[in-house]
Design a binder for this molecule. Structure first.
Ligand code: DAH
Length: 346
């Protein structure tokens, strides 16, 4: 039996010596040291040996197994080292080659306007919040005092997904969400920039556009607060000389309601092609939050008042940067986008 063990070991050593690669070593390990390997077979025969012989044979097998294991591991290391050297040689990177040029992108004019508005309102203590673009009829209309069948819904041609779900036509939907989410019914001061959708498509309208909504609710909020806030807003964005004009209007969620015009920043109010010779440009809808809206969303109209406003960011960006066609904003033409790189350094 000792002879047999010695033979197995010698064969194994020879094979290890001849192995050409890591795969061959793996096979050898399985063949000799594996569960079904040759040494295991020998050990299985030990039950027939005398009790004196058993430890001797067992010790011998273990010694050889250990030796073989060491030999295999050693050789594996050699192969791994060789492989590493080969890779280092073949996959060498020439660091002296010129690099590929990294081109810097530029911020989209819409995002520039959004960020500027956010910075301004955050500095005045507002929170920036958002809401879902796929909205329910309830939040988009009903909770804003526009029950089903209300004629003012006609002004907002909508994309309905089901009878209950639609793509929001106005960021005003987040007004109701913010009021309901505030379970303590504490004062609210938020702006909501975001995408909105309507079923229209011509040179001055896109089926997808952007709005920013503002909502303030607190005790003793008056129209004066709304006027002051919009003045700061428009002057910061369009220039300190900008004047505002409030025209009575109608929105179901505000009472009173206004459309707010700004003096034309191209001609300073004298009249030009941009303002169609009127000196004014219509930019915002606004008003005092309707008591029904406060009540419907959990605020006591006896205690609280509030103001709200909404404006189209696309138009704002167009005026601010002198963009003549709204569709440029959505074409992602790099030549167009690049022009705004220099503009924010002021
Ligand atoms: N949501 C209105 C629209 O899209 C704009 C608007 C008007 C928003 C008056 C307001 C508001 O918050 O008070 O036409």
């Amino acid at each position: 039996m000792e002879e047999q063990i010695k033979n197995i070991a010698e064969n194994a050593i020879k094979e290890i010596g001849n192995a050409q690669n890591a795969n061959a070593l793996y096979d050898i390990r399985v063949k000799y040291l594996g569960k079904k390997g040759e040494f295991t077979a020998v050990l299985r025969g030990m039950k027939d040996l005398s009790s004196e012989q058993r430890p001797i044979i067992g010790g011998m097998v273990n010694k050889y197994k250990e030796e073989l294991e060491n030999l295999i591991t050693e050789k594996e290391k050699q192969f791994a080292e060789k492989e590493l050297q080969r890779k280092l040689k073949e996959e060498k990177v020439d660091v002296t080659l010129p690099s590929t040029k990294v081109t810097r992108g530029s911020k989209h004019p819409l995002n520039r306007v959004i960020e500027e508005i956010e910075d301004l309102f955050v500095s005045m203590g507002y929170d920036v919040v958002d809401g879902p673009e796929l909205e329910t009829d309830e939040y988009c209309f009903e909770r804003l005092n526009l029950p089903k069948g209300h004629p003012a819904r006609d002004m907002q041609d909508s994309f309905y997904i089901t009878t209950e779900y639609l793509l929001r036509t106005q960021t005003s939907s987040v007004q109701a969400r913010a009021m309901l989410a505030n379970t303590e019914k504490t004062p609210i001061r938020i702006i909501v920039p975001g995408k909105t959708y309507r079923r229209e498509d011509d040179a001055t309208h896109s089926h997808q556009f952007n709005q920013v909504e503002g909502l303030v609710i607190d005790e003793n909020i008056t129209l004066a607060h709304l006027k002051g806030t919009l003045e700061v807003f428009m002057r910061k964005l369009l220039g300190e000389k900008t004047e505002l004009r409030f025209r009575p209007s109608y929105f179901p969620f505000t009472e009173p309601s206004y459309e707010v015009d700004v003096s034309c920043f191209k001609c300073g109010g004298k009249g030009c092609n941009l303002c169609k010779q009127t000196g004014w440009i219509e930019l915002l809808g606004a008003g005092m939050v309707h008591p029904n809206v406060l009540k419907m969303n959990g605020y006591d109209p006896e205690k609280y008042t509030g103001f709200a406003f909404g404006t189209g960011l696309d138009r704002l960006a167009m005026f601010k940067y002198g963009i003549t066609d709204m569709r440029y904003l959505y074409r992602n033409d790099v030549r167009f986008l690049k022009q705004f790189d220099q503009m924010d350094i002021d």
